[in-house]
Design a protein around this ligand. Structure first.
Ligand SMILES: [Zn+2]
Length: 99
């Protein structure tokens, strides 16, 4: 049985996604991981910056919280709760000067 595979969200890329860019959202009762993008290694910096910009522009209802998007390693068959976060990548990419 072939494993399902997910592609990078960048238009025209087509490589398999290696990372999920997602932010934890909560309305005070429930919380969930909101997916911003799936990205391959090459598109990660761009996808991450775009996701952070999107999150910063997001308007929230009273009581809602939305954390800045983080980078999670995408592993086949893993549930959101089991995804491994990569804070060192976030730090590096968030601090990288824009070309
Ligand atoms: Zn890509």
């Amino acid at each position: 049985m072939p494993p399902y595979h997910v592609c990078c969200h960048t238009p025209g890329c087509g490589r398999p996604a290696a990372y999920k860019i997602a932010a934890r959202w909560s309305d005070g009762v429930t919380d969930e991981l909101k997916t911003y993008a799936l990205s391959c290694e090459e598109c990660l910096a761009e996808g991450f910056r775009a996701s952070r910009a999107k999150q910063a522009a997001c308007r929230l209802a009273p009581g809602e919280t939305l954390e800045p998007p983080g980078i999670y390693e995408l592993s086949r068959g893993q549930r959101d709760q089991q995804l491994v976060r990569r804070p060192e990548l976030e730090e590096r990419l968030a601090g990288a000067p824009t070309a």
